[in-house]
Design a protein around this ligand. Sequence first.
Ligand SMILES: [Fe+2]
Length: 267
Amino acid sequence: MTKPSNCLSILQLSDLHILSGPEATLLGVNTAYYFDAVLRLALTTHDEIDLILLTGDLAQDPIAESYNYIVARMAEVGIPCRCLPGNHDDYGLMQTILNNRIISCAKQTVLADWQIICLNSQILGEDGGLLSTQEMAWLRQCLDNEPDKHALIAVHHHCLLTHSEWMDEMMIQNSSEFLQLIRQYKRARLVINGHIHQEQDEVIDSLHVLGAPSTCFQFKPGSKTFGLDETAPGYRLLTLYPDGRFTTYVGRLAERLVGLEEHTDGY
Ligand SMILES: [Fe+2]
């Protein structure tokens, strides 16, 4: 697919859950294999990607080996990449290792008519999300300081109900405060999140909130308790126009997920 002229092409990859070794599996799934496969699919499907966003849970084993694996993949690709933490990540380690010319944890990136703001919704030692007072102040500062830029806000945890009870217990605790702040800024166009391992696409007035599939296993939509789905791993592509409009596309592997085990009690 060719990128329209004057637009930005942003690739969102989420919930990679990379493990300590390339052969290791989580719930029976080789997460590194599927990350590589989804990345390859996105790069062969879309021309001229300007930025890759990794929206949390980069690692299931938050150790140097996991993050170094991602650094090596991104070095091969050579496209600028921004990372933010999920509940499974070690953000301090991410900031140390994911820190070179190609890949970083930079929280604000200005590109053409847009700014991309990356937030940290992690609560140390917990699975749920929260935007701290400091993080909310940072968001407000970014929006105040770039009043002419359209904003894409990326965060790991979800801010709208998915209607999966077990998942919604982990939603951003102060999501109404978060959405209230964003909606004060007309140029804040989009919130994108990970964590939910499924697609979501909602609109509140003119603000769009989009959830992404995982690059490994997917969660069963509308499930009261933890449940896995056989839907294939995927990515989200966003095309951002100079006037603040956008289009989006979710791509998924043609191959079925191999190895997925029956689990009922989480991961
Ligand atoms: Fe995840």
